[in-house]
Design a protein around this ligand. Structure first.
Ligand code: MN
Length: 443
């Protein structure tokens, strides 16, 4: 059961000074990542973010720096791994015990300070790896604003299909091409067909887009045949990250019927390195409500708890830095900002629906939330929407314009939660750069 506890206390300060000054990673956050010192041949291992430092939990586990209870000791014993999968499999009581122990040991005047200081690594000097081995990846479509505006571009007469308000729409994606922030990928090739053309053409994608999403990592799984109930779903969610589901819109338009996205989506997807636990997000849980005229969810997707605190208010923001902007010294330009609280379906509803037929989830599975567009056009989570289907270019600092992404463009997402009475927590960022189409593949 996830509840407010002493780890959320806004008055807590850390003996790591940088954590106390509007960092994304104050002591109330404590997200996990898999890292090592840049350019070293050290093994990748698990660390926790505190201010501008990473506490090396593999090192801590080997030392006697922390006094731990049984649950925490078992959690810590997995931190020498180069993935979070074993920790994910342990379950919420273990994750929570580790969080509490770290919160107490990193507080001002904690007696562990001296013993832990030697295990701090400056965040500026590290490289990350995917937080876990992702077995299966499912992408949802939970923003009704995104679904409606994209639907009206692809199917003007029939934008929102009748199933949308009854179930969380999703498709099974591909995990092999998901990489951690810093993933630079070549513009994909594929088939496209102009509306007035007789036949499709082959060539580099010309309508390359990003999708502003949250990533949801599954912790403990379920046995095949045993559905996860809605109100138990949160115990199966290890944490959240930022997620860019790169999309080739011209490939997508030609290929997506009748079975859904395929090559338009499986060439690259990028996750942020830090996984924010659901427990850290408890202060930002908000009521989930449907407009009175909309159908209420079927019983397996509806509960009092889901209505009272099923949604999460997470601010999400997309930024673009072109190669020219970078040369001219411009800062990344913000393209949009929205919040996950607008999602038409909650995380727990996604988990419950995914398993209601008996489908088994496994530790390390990843859900994409779907592009998070808010109610106003300025809150759109993709260029497809911001440019009205490529018809209205955006102007960038320095004078360039964009309908879709150009070679050399870097897309950066940030995310954070704020609420009076609680510490602000951040997600860090996810960024990746579009490289030119590979010349050898054009033949
Ligand atoms: Mn997507």
């Amino acid at each position: 059961m996830l509840t407010l506890n002493e780890t959320h206390d806004a008055n807590l300060l850390s003996w790591v000074d940088s954590a106390n000054d509007r960092s994304d990673f104050p002591i109330q956050n404590l997200p996990l990542a898999v890292f090592r010192r840049s350019g070293s041949d050290e093994p990748f291992r698990v660390g926790v973010a505190i201010g501008d430092q990473i506490l090396d939990l593999a090192g801590v586990a080997q030392s006697d720096a922390l006094t731990t209870d049984n649950l925490c000791a078992r959690a810590l014993a997995t931190c020498g791994d180069d993935t979070l999968n074993r920790l994910m499999a342990l379950g919420l009581p273990h994750w929570s015990a580790l969080r509490l122990t770290l919160s107490r040991a990193l507080r001002c005047e904690a007696e562990e300070q001296t013993a832990l200081t030697r295990w701090l690594v400056p965040m500026t000097g590290v490289e990350y790896r995917l937080p876990c081995q992702i077995g299966d990846y499912t992408d949802f479509y939970t923003s009704i604003y995104h679904a409606t505006s994209v639907g009206s571009l692809f199917r003007p007469d029939n934008p929102l299909l009748p199933n949308y308000k009854w179930l969380p729409i999703g498709y099974h994606g591909r995990s092999s091409s998901i990489a951690v922030s810093g993933q630079n990928f070549h513009r994909p090739y594929g088939q496209t067909k102009a509306p007035d053309a007789q036949e499709p053409a082959f060539g580099p994608c010309r309508r390359l887009d990003y999708e502003l999403e949250l990533g949801i990592f599954i912790g403990t799984g379920n046995d095949a045949g045993a559905a996860i109930q809605l109100d138990q779903a949160e115990q199966h969610v290890f944490g959240l990250c930022l997620f860019n589901d790169w999309s080739a819109r011209d490939l997508q338009a030609w290929e997506y019927q009748p079975l859904g996205p395929f090559l338009a989506k499986n060439f690259a997807s990028t996750v942020s390195p830090w996984v924010i636990s659901l427990e850290a997000l408890v202060p930002f849980f908000v009521p989930f409500a449907r407009p009175a005229d909309d159908p209420q969810p079927l019983p397996y997707l509806n509960s009092e708890k889901n209505c009272q605190q099923g949604a999460v208010d997470i601010q999400l923001s997309a930024h673009l830095l072109s190669a020219q902007m970078s040369r001219q010294g411009h800062a990344p330009a913000q393209l949009s900002q929205s919040s996950f609280r607008h999602s038409y379906w909650t995380i727990n509803q996604m988990v419950a629906h995914h398993t209601v037929n008996g489908c088994n989830l496994q530790p390390g599975d990843l859900f994409g939330s779907g592009t998070q567009s808010g109610p106003t056009p300025e809150e759109a989570g993709s260029l497809l929407e911001l440019s009205c289907g490529g018809k209205i270019p955006l102007t960038l600092p320095g004078g360039e314009s964009r309908t879709f992404l150009e070679d050399g463009d870097t897309v950066i997402f940030t995310g954070w939660c704020e609420k009076p009475g609680f510490a602000r927590i951040g997600f860090g960022q996810v960024q990746a750069t579009v490289l030119p189409a590979h010349p050898d593949m054009g033949a």
